[in-house]
Design a protein around this ligand. Sequence first.
Ligand SMILES: Nc1nc2c(ncn2[C@@H]2O[C@H](COP(=O)(O)OP(=O)(O)OP(=O)(O)O)[C@@H](O)[C@H]2O)c(=O)[nH]1
Ligand SMILES: [Mg+2]
Length: 504
Amino acid sequence: MLGSGPRACRSNGAFALLKNSGAGYPPQFYPASRPAPASLAYTRRSITASSQNKGKVPYFHKKLSKKDQPPSSTLVDSFALEPKLTQPVLPTSNSQPAPKLRSSKESNSSSKPDTTSKRQVLKTINPSSHLMNEIRVLGLGRNAEHWHFDKASRTNKTFRPWEKPKRETPQLPPPSKQVWFEQRSRKIVEKEEVRFPGMRFIAGAATTPSVPTELQLVRMTRPYLFEDLESIDQLVLEATGKVDRSLATEAGAIRPEPTITPNDEGPESSPKPAEKGISIQPRLESIDPVEIQKLLERKRDKEVSIKGSTMGEIAVVGRSNVGKSTMLNTLTDSPNTARVSDKPGLTRQLNFYRCGEKFILVDMPGYGFAFAKEEDQTAWTSLIERYLCERKSLRRIYVLIDARHGLKVADKTFLDMLESKSKKFQVVLTKCDLIPPPDLARCYTMVQEELKKSYKYALTGRLLMVSSYTGAGMNNLRKDMLFACGQDILIRDRERPKSTLRTL
Ligand SMILES: Nc1nc2c(ncn2[C@@H]2O[C@H](COP(=O)(O)OP(=O)(O)OP(=O)(O)O)[C@@H](O)[C@H]2O)c(=O)[nH]1
Ligand SMILES: [Mg+2]
């Protein structure tokens, strides 16, 4: 009851008794005749001590004793931290730029002349660890000027926009190929698991002219290959330019620039150079043709190596909403790279995705029903057809069929088109997780028989079955893709004789 505050004291009529106890009253409650409590007295003492210290000016050479050092209150004064800055200044679009930190010089110029020694100034300017913890930068670049002190969150992180951010070491992808052996009853089976994680979008094309050529794709994916070529090009251009000039001058096509002797006056007085004593000095430089030949050879070699480094392309087609984009995401362990929707007709252009150094995956718009305009659909169908028929670097076409429905009319029309253009294709059954295994087996045989019967260019040795949700069949599809791109890969699980078990 006794130390509970001024209001309580007055209500009890014991104000005179309680105010001497020094129980946390504000100073205005104390009459001038009575001394303030010990805590307040201490504050006053420290202020007077600092004002006394101002008179003492230590010499440069003199080692600073503890006594000479200014008290902490003056240190803060000389560092000139504006009291305004203690409130966070948030950058707004309309607001003026936030106030910058004032340097110690500026702050001192406004107040009394500087009496602190060099050593003291250094001591005050050097950002002590506790101050650095309180400094935060809002934004980078132009906004890096916005500083404020955030005492509430005492984080140890200090953002310095003038320092380059440290690059994180990229995580190495897991090994692309793993081989192991499994024992199935009496057989030993060799198995391989392939992965190519990380699919990157390179380019998209909604019309035929905007489809990037193979060389353009190489330039997009590996620009460093072209740097050398460009420098050689420049050299060749320079050299051949000189050659042309020299040849042309010899042939008389280019008139060499005349050098005018000092006797000549003005253009009117020099109509015929021979007559007026103008000396013709053709500035022909001697160019080594062997050198040019070497440059041209280098350029040719470079071009051949660039052409050789074009990556194979793999196209994925199918009806709209059959699961093309989802399959690519699962195949490359890169979720959300290709956009997916349960509404047919989301993908409306050819999307080129780079898949490591191996190949380029091409996600395509779907045929058949889609939530899109009729003319858009016809446009992208013709785009698909032209791409599939004309592309030279195309290694394989995967036609996706929904395992729940089998071959539909739209599928058959599209396969007929491929057949007419003599294009080989591989059928993949998708969404296999949505039907029970017996139905899946039935669908598999029905589709296979139909393909064998009517499509000469279909690869009917085996159909691939995948589920993008469970990841089933993805390893087989990856291996098939690598095989199509000419890599030495085991497509089927190979059976090994039992005798090899000891040697493993
Ligand atoms: N259950 C199941 N659903 C799948 C599978 N693959 C795709 N889906 C779903 O099918 C729908 C269509 O998938 P998309 O990948 O957008 O199909 P798309 O063929 O790219 O469609 P368009 O871009 O319109 O041509 C999405 O809702 C997916 O979640 C699968 O293997 N299993
Ligand atoms: Mg899609």
